[in-house]
Design a protein around this ligand. Structure first.
Ligand SMILES: *Cc1c(COP(=O)(O)O)cnc(C)c1O
Length: 231
């Protein structure tokens, strides 16, 4: 018999607790962002019922619709979820993303930073939490800030007061040992913390590698299919 959503979720929480314990960390400092992409808003509502409140999406069109549907169908007394945008964001989608999302994990380039600053300036009270996404590959055309540019890019982010820099984000490569990439993410995190004491967070770890990421200090796990099932 296929495991239920609740079973899969419980099993992931148990694995997070065990990995945290093995790394001498408290699982309370580790936030689970359930990546709900490719699933309808009903799944998000079910996850809310099961106690989850942090959801990740990677496409603006899908995310904005889903966030609106969840808000519309929210049971009374239920707090709305926090939407995390985790995918590559086109600059012309920034305005839309700002309407529903409070955390951007994928601040990956200067042109996106510029557009964020421009759009946020229109709503001076609004802030956005961000992670700087790292490019861990040798290919400069891949998304993410190259490690050699990290200090300079961090300074540019810190210069935008409406952006609250949480830390760094990375996706471990598929055909490399994830530990090597997680170690580089941790090192990059220390570099960023030297510029901003508050930027202590690390968004790393997905369905296939989150336990290892926990061993390297990940504070925000972005887990999709291991919880939601394949689509
Ligand atoms: C889809 C996605 C995830 C979740 O991946 P799974 O392997 O399904 O856990 C995490 N991060 C990003 C950026 C994604 O696009």
């Amino acid at each position: 018999m296929e495991a239920s959503l609740e079973d899969r979720l419980n099993s992931i929480h148990q694995r997070i607790d065990a990995a945290a314990k093995a790394a001498n960390r408290s699982s309370e400092e580790i936030e689970l962002v359930v990546v709900t992409k490719n699933h309808g808003y009903e799944l998000a509502l079910e996850l809310l019922k099961l106690g989850e409140s942090q959801f990740g999406e990677n496409k603006d069109q899908e995310a904005s619709l889903k966030a609106a549907q969840v808000a519309e169908n929210l049971p009374s007394g239920q707090t709305a979820p926090t939407w995390h945008f985790v995918g590559q964001l086109q600059s012309n989608k920034v305005r839309s993303m700002l309407a529903y999302s409070s955390v951007l994990h994928s601040l990956d380039r200067g042109s996106l930073l510029k557009e964020l600053a421009k759009q946020l300036a229109k709503t001076p009270e609004q802030t956005l939490e961000v992670f700087i996404e790292l490019n861990l590959t040798d290919d400069p055309n891949r998304g993410g800030v190259e490690l050699q540019d990290l200090t300079q890019f961090t300074e540019q982010v810190l210069a935008v007061p409406q952006l609250k820099l949480l830390g760094v984000m990375g996706v471990a490569g598929l055909d490399v040992e994830p530990a090597a990439d997680f170690a580089r993410i941790l090192k990059a995190s220390q570099e960023v913390q030297a510029l901003s004491k508050a930027a202590t967070f690390i968004s790393a770890g997905m369905s296939g590698d989150f336990e290892e990421a926990i061993g390297f200090g990940a504070t925000h796990l972005r887990i999709g299919t291991a919880i939601t099932g394949k689509r």
